[in-house]
Design a binder for this molecule. Sequence first.
Ligand code: DQA
Length: 145
Amino acid sequence: MKSILVLHGPNLDRLGRREPEIYGRQTLADLEALLRTHARGRTSLEFFQSNHEGALIDRIAEATDNEADGLIFNPGALTHTSIALRDALAGSDLPCIEVHLSNIYRREPFRHHSHTAAASLGVISGLGFHGYLAALDHLLDHARG
Ligand code: DQA
C-alpha cells in the first residue's frame, strides 16, 4: 500500500469558520489529524486543498502518474459544476471515493446533482468527518496496490 491522496476543493480550507451550523467547528487540520491517526501503520496519506479547479485536475493527474493507490475527494461546489473534474477522474484509474460532509440531498436542489459521482467508486454524503474514515477503510480494502 503506497499512498492515498485526500483532496479538497474550494472553500474547504475555511472549515471551522465557514457556515459552522452546516459543516461544524472543526478545521481541515483537525480532519487531517484524525485521518492520520486512523491510517497509522496502514497507509501513508497525502493532503491537498485548492480553491482552483485546474490545480485539482493537475493533482489528480500527478497522483495517477505516481501510482497512488486511491483518492478521497471532496470537490466542494465543483461537484455540481465541473465536467472537467469528472473527466479528470474518468481518465484516471485511481479508485476514488467522493465525500461530502453535509447530506447534499437534503440541501438546495442545485446540490442534488454531482458530475463527479459517476466517475467515482462510491459516494458518502452527510456523515461529517466520519465519512472520510469510512472512505479510507473502504479504499484500504479495495485500492490498487
Ligand atoms: C460539500 C457540499 C457542497 O455542496 C458544498 O459546495 C461544499 C461542501 C460538503 O462537504 O458537504 O463546499 O462538498
